[in-house]
Design a protein around this ligand. Structure first.
Ligand SMILES: O=P(O)(O)OC[C@H]1O[C@@H](O)[C@H](O)[C@@H](O)[C@@H]1O
Length: 283
């Protein structure tokens, strides 16, 4: 396994590569994983060609870390500040990069608590895992919501389906309707839904009509600490309003997010919370 410093469109990043040729690239900004390529050369993460890579703004693509607030569910900036801040590279292990973020002047302006985050990116042949550890280093309890907001790259989202969420309770945020998912999830118009995750649930992203065990299928799992899975695609109309995405960028991406957002997680001093999302590519 090799690692090295990289320049990712002007931003400092670290690259990891397995002896088999799988590669991952993580920006220091937000500890944001922006690229995961398997040894077949396939790039699995969508990163917008118009992403604002300036070391300050949120980067449209890869795996933003939403903390300490998901979306606009609270008084803080959308999806929290962790994706706006520079993290530190803490260690390089044979298959893993570890990044950390602690409270500082910028976070305290918005949220007056002490915290420590760790993000691990682990690369194996045809497999990737992202681990997030949230620790309360304050003397007071606090609460948060969080998500690993993964942007997957797809050849054409209208030809993809997401399996494994059948009969799961879901809130369709676009139409504000609660219900249960009937059949595989398919895409076309704006899609923004929060699914209640079930233990041992494995999601499978594949082309419509592909055989269940066919090559080119991505399996997605998440820790049971993530009680929800958010699935988002802006669709054509909303995408046109996103200045950091090309007009037709919505076709090439699908966000499948390991989240814990419906009720804030309460953390007592010195307590921690762990979450992960993992991917396996059936090459
Ligand atoms: O544009 P942002 O801030 O990165 O957010 C993108 C989307 O993130 C998703 O997680 C939300 O469900 C959407 O409602 C939101 O629009």
């Amino acid at each position: 396994m090799a690692s090295r410093w990289l320049d990712f469109h002007g931003q400092p990043a670290v690259g990891l590569q397995t002896p088999w040729g799988d590669r991952a690239t993580v920006l220091l900004h937000g500890a944001q994983l922006v690229s995961w390529q398997t040894s077949d050369g396939y790039e699995h993460l969508y990163c917008s060609p118009q992403a604002r890579l300036n070391g300050q703004d949120a980067v449209r693509g890869g795996v933003p870390v939403c903390f300490p607030q998901f979306n606009q569910r609270g008084p803080l900036m959308k999806h929290g500040f962790a994706r706006h801040l520079p993290w530190q590279l803490r260690s390089i292990e044979p298959e893993r990069l570890r990044f950390t973020l602690a409270d500082g002047a910028m976070s305290r302006q918005q949220w007056p608590y002490a915290f420590a985050l760790e993000l691990d990116v682990t690369l194996n042949p045809n497999a990737l895992r992202i681990d997030l550890l949230v620790r309360n280093t304050d003397v007071r309890p606090w609460s948060f919501t969080s998500a690993l907001h993964t942007y997957l790259r797809v050849p054409d989202v209208t030809r993809m389906e997401l399996l494994g969420l059948e009969d799961t309770a879901v809130w369709d945020a676009v139409h504000d309707v609660h219900g249960r998912q009937a059949g595989p999830v398919r895409f076309g118009a704006e899609f923004d839904s929060v699914f209640q995750a079930q233990a041992q649930q494995m999601l499978r992203l594949r082309q419509i009509g592909a055989a269940q065990q066919a090559a080119g299928v991505l399996d997605i799992t998440q820790s049971t600490s993530c009680l929800q899975t958010v699935v988002w695609n802006p669709g054509q109309t909303l995408c046109k309003t996103l200045r950091d995405m090309p007009q037709d960028g919505w076709r090439e991406m699908l966000c499948v997010e390991a989240a814990s957002i419906d009720s804030p997680i309460e953390l007592a001093p010195q307590h921690s919370w762990q979450a992960w999302q993992a991917f396996h590519w059936n090459a």
